[in-house]
Ligand binder design. Structure first.
Ligand SMILES: *Cc1c(COP(=O)(O)O)cnc(C)c1O
Length: 416
């Protein structure tokens, strides 16, 4: 009843940007969410890869409580204790030199794009031949602000908002020949996700990434790697590029960084950082005391508990079980991913939609991305027993749904 009145009010009052599931969540503990009736849901989506430590985690609750008694906001005109503490940790885990803190993922990516343009201007002022174009990838996703949508591939996210930021071109993700053919001295940056999230959980090949690195090195262009979804331990390493042995010039972090408190970060090399001087870029809220304190607490907890090893272990167990399902369900086309960033591609968009809805009916949360792909981004504290619940449910649903479909196709009764 409460849900119905909220639905009616939102339908009238909110800009209609979201298609929400009709559930009203009121709390959560561990990897489970609780709705207004007190029913529990196994959460394998984690607020789209944000709630790394699940719900009601004492480390996060304590950090919020302690910081809220000290200071919530002071602006970037003054010092506070948190930014250098967080920057120290972020530079250590990424291998980069300097940090700019923002509030969201898209702002971190905007900072990356602006820095790439400013750096190319600096190079030109020093007599180097470099242009201002940016090379982005097919199936990329970098966020919803103008620069980010301009480097995002999907037409639906870009086309209603033209004219977009000029100078962006796209190459086929993992198409080494296309990358070599399109790249030139006209570009100041190549931007990519090592594991494409919204694009359907596709992992870059070692050769593609090495080629992007080599091409950037040949002209002084910057390699921008967006780790907003795949970074901060999601794949079992702090950054997904660490699986493939390359180092970017710029990376961006956000989603799980402060375990549910909004924050983003852009990290860069000393060389790229030369291009930014005081006043050129900034934010009112970014890097505030609360977000920094919580991010520091999350990172320290992950290190103390060795959560990266746990993500690797449970993630490979999860993928093994899914590969097992794929051997007796021909509707599963592919199982992909790294760590706890997992995609299961089904053979039709309708089936993926039906399966996601049926999982929801069984109180297991996941989402569908790129039409045919079931996406799992669970909290890092997920255990094998939760994987078993999800895989058993998926097995049963696939059996039902595909046998119904074939009965219908054969002209029989769906429930015969
Ligand atoms: C979610 C996401 C973004 C945008 O982050 P917001 O916090 O929603 O602005 C950018 N890049 C990638 C890879 C993402 O997954």
């Amino acid at each position: 009843m409460k849900l119905a009145s909220i639905q009616a009010a939102e339908a009238k009052l909110l800009l209609q940007t979201y298609e929400r599931h009709p559930v009203l969540f009121t709390g959560g503990k561990g990897v489970y969410l609780t709705d207004e009736q007190g029913d529990n849901y196994l959460d394998l989506l984690g607020g789209i890869g944000v709630n790394a430590l699940g719900y009601g985690h004492p480390v996060i609750e304590d950090a919020i409580a302690a910081q809220s008694k000290k200071l919530l906001h002071i602006s970037n005109l003054f010092f506070h204790e948190g930014q250098a503490e967080l920057a120290l940790r972020l530079t250590e885990i990424t291998g980069l030199d300097r940090v700019f803190l923002s509030n969201t993922g898209t702002e971190a990516w905007e900072a990356a794009l602006k820095l790439a343009r400013a750096h190319s201007a600096l190079l030109r002022s020093e007599g180097k031949k470099t242009g201002t174009k940016i090379l982005a990838m097919s199936h990329s996703f970098h966020g919803r602000t103008m620069g980010s949508v301009s480097t995002t591939h999907k037409a639906m996210y870009r086309e209603p908002f033209g004219p977009l930021v000029p100078g962006v071109e796209f190459v086929g993700f993992n198409d080494v020949d296309d990358l070599r053919a399109k790249f030139s001295e006209e570009f100041c940056a190549i931007g990519l996700e090592v594991v494409q999230g919204e694009g359907g959980i596709h992992v870059a090949s070692r050769e593609f990434l090495a080629t992007a690195r080599e091409l950037c090195n040949s002209t002084g262009a910057l390699l921008l790697v967006d780790e907003i979804q795949a970074g901060m331990g999601r794949t079992g390493k702090w950054c997904s590029y660490q699986h493939l042995g390359i180092q970017p010039d710029i990376t961006t972090l956000a989603k799980p960084l402060a375990g549910g408190i909004p924050i983003g970060a852009m990290l860069c090399t000393e060389e790229a950082a030369r291009a930014m001087t005081p006043g050129m870029h900034g934010t009112t809220f970014g890097g505030g005391p609360l977000a920094c304190a919580v991010a520091v607490a999350v990172i320290d907890h992950m290190q103390q508990q060795n959560l990266l090893a746990h993500v690797t272990e449970v993630g490979s167990y999860f993928r093994e079980q899914l590969h097992g399902l794929a051997t007796h369900h021909t509707s599963i086309v592919d199982v992909r991913g790294l760590g706890l960033m997992i995609g299961v591609e089904l053979n039709s968009a309708d089936l993926a939609k039906a399966v996601a809805a049926k999982m929801m009916e069984r109180h297991i949360l996941l989402n569908r991305t790129s039409e045919t792909v079931l996406r799992f981004l669970p909290p890092y504290i997920l255990e094998r027993k939760h994987v078993d619940i999800a895989v058993t449910a998926l097995d049963e649903i696939l059996k039902q749904t595909t046998s119904q479909a074939s009965t219908v196709l054969a002209g029989g009764h769906a429930n015969g």
